[in-house]
Design a protein around this ligand. Structure first.
Ligand code: FEO
Length: 393
């Protein structure tokens, strides 16, 4: 990809991965992704902010060489994860005089992961600055964006924040800036849900700290650049707040239609009570869509048949992920069927200890649902409505 100018002497030099469909062998990437790297030419020194995934490192070096960048003084490493740091050894080999500028924790991780020798580093502390001549970089340590070593870099004179993963989106696009806010809202929310939601409290504090900075442009390390920084800031403030919506998330699996019949009835019961319901058939769903739905819902109801005395394995996987992602859910319940017994409820309860939820009386039925079973589903919908009303949502 050709390099693109953000402002005079500030360039996007990273790479786009149009075809990648899975990250960490776990996270679906329906729209590909990008590994953004930025070059800042000061009057005296040149800095590169982050590198790219190793699969694209040759392209990064080509981008720089084609732009006649023959010297790099500093490579700023905001985050040690390999999709941003993996190209570091290649860059250090292409620009042997360059020093890696980062905080001590990130340095340790980079030395462990990439075997970069210690004498290649310059370590900085929170609030420290680095002069490039007419441009000044300020470093803001922001642990637990999702790793413990992360920092953000602020370019004072141009009011640009380089926050690495924070505010990013897995979206491959040829456009430098956000043009379709609806699209980017979805991609950024999905990214937040999959990567950052477990660290909501930390991220809230980082965003509060950023209120002290005048930020005109946010240049993250995935997806397009924001030239209206308040758009993504406001979205993050909403996602990290304690506010929840009048919504039920309903991940389910059915094998012989008993649970499916319950799910269909329950969806209608919720709709009749003006509760938004988002069902996810786990046999088919994109797990990223499910994660995104959990960002601001108040309630999860898990639907499962009984398999070998416990929940269906697809349900176990979804419950494990939901628990790991720590969404701000307030209520949970379970619906499902069994033929001769099982320990489904005990198993699910033992798996959601991270969720600070109140468990509403589950509806577990024997075999195919009958009239009395549907009444129990109505009762569950009534109870959810009452809880939501009490929350004022
Ligand atoms: Fe995009 Fe945490 O790496």
């Amino acid at each position: 990809m050709p390099i693109m100018e953000i402002k005079p002497n500030i360039f996007a030099v990273g790479t786009i991965d149009w075809d990648r469909r899975l990250f960490d062998e776990l996270i679906p990437l329906p729209d590909g992704t990008s590994y953004n790297s930025y070059l800042i030419k000061g009057s005296e020194k040149i800095a590169l902010i982050d590198t790219v995934d190793p699969i694209k490192e040759d392209e990064l070096v080509d981008n720089l060489k084609k732009s006649n960048i023959n010297k790099i003084n500093y490579v700023i490493s905001n985050h040690a994860e390999q999709d941003h740091s993996g190209g570091l050894p290649k860059i250090l080999s292409a620009y042997p005089d360059a020093k890696v500028v980062t905080n001590p924790k990130c340095k340790d991780i980079l030395m462990d992961l990439l075997l970069i020798p210690e004498d290649k580093f310059i370590t900085i502390q929170n609030g420290e600055t680095l002069s490039l001549g007419d441009k000044t970089l300020e470093f803001i340590i922001a642990p637990w964006v999702h790793w413990p070593e992360t920092m953000l870099t602020y370019l004072r004179e141009d009011k640009i924040l380089f926050p690495c993963d924070l505010f990013g989106s897995h979206l491959a696009t040829s456009e430098l800036y956000v043009t379709d806010e609806c699209k980017i809202y979805q991609s950024a929310k999905r990214y937040y849900a999959e990567i950052m939601m477990p660290f909501r409290t930390n991220i809230k504090k980082h965003i509060e700290k950023l209120n002290n900075y005048e930020i005109e442009i946010i240049a993250p390390s995935h997806g397009p650049v924001y030239n209206k920084s308040e758009f993504i800031m406001n979205a993050y403030k909403d996602w990290t707040s304690d506010n929840v919506k009048n919504e039920v998330i309903l991940p389910f699996v059915s094998m012989h239609n008993s649970t499916r019949k319950m799910v269909d009835y329950f969806i209608s019961a919720l709709i009749k009570r003006n509760i938004t319901v988002k069902p996810f058939n786990l046999a088919k769903t994109d797990i990223g869509e499910l994660a995104m739905s959990l960002v601001d819902a108040s309630t999860i109801v898990i639907g499962s048949p009984t398999v070998l005395t416990g929940p269906h394995p697809q349900v176990l996987y979804a419950v494990y992920l939901a628990n790991a992602l720590r969404p701000k859910l307030k209520y949970a319940s379970v619906i499902g069927s069994y033929s001769w017994g099982g320990r489904m409820l005990d198993i699910i309860k033992s798996m959601i200890t991270n969720l600070k939820v109140e468990l509403i009386e589950p509806v577990m039925i024997k075999g195919y649902p009958k009239e009395d079973d549907f009444k129990l589903l109505d009762k569950l919908a009534d109870e959810i409505l009452k809880k939501h009303n009490n929350e004022g949502i």
